[in-house]
Design a protein around this ligand. Structure first.
Ligand SMILES: [Zn+2]
Length: 132
């Protein structure tokens, strides 16, 4: 990864052509950038795991009864390209924000969810319900 931690630099570095295989050590930098650029650093780092999934590229889970890691983001292990990974992580972070900050009971694709579309767009990202 290049040392300059700007999102445009990272996206440019990986390019659009290559499939992106996600490894745990690639998550923190992107998480930090998105938290700063989109969520005003209001999100604490949740538990994030990588899992091969069918039918989803990312999931957000909230379990109020868990003794730790009440908030979980699960990411698929392969993405079409780096940008797709960033967009999926951002999408799940919106759900996390809905739960953690807005205290919404169901973190759905509602008005508050789409209110982040502009901020995504500003840094060159799409916020959609489904990506493929
Ligand atoms: Zn969603």
């Amino acid at each position: 990864m290049p040392r300059t931690k700007s999102l445009a630099t990272l996206i440019n570095h990986y390019g659009n052509e290559r499939e992106f295989k996600l490894r745990a050590n690639k998550i923190s930098d992107v998480y930090r950038i998105l938290n700063r650029e989109i969520f005003n650093n209001r999100l604490k780092k949740p538990f994030i795991s990588i899992k091969r999934m069918s039918g989803a590229l990312g999931l957000f889970e909230f379990n109020p009864y868990a003794s730790k890691n009440c908030y979980k983001i699960i990411l698929h292990n392969r993405f079409r390209n780096f940008q797709e990974f960033v967009e999926i992580l951002g999408h799940e972070m919106v759900h996390y924000y809905q739960k953690l900050v807005l205290k919404q009971n169901s973190a759905k694709h509602n008005k508050e969810f789409y209110s982040f579309k502009k901020k995504f767009k500003k840094i060159g990202l799409n916020l959609k319900r489904v990506y493929r």
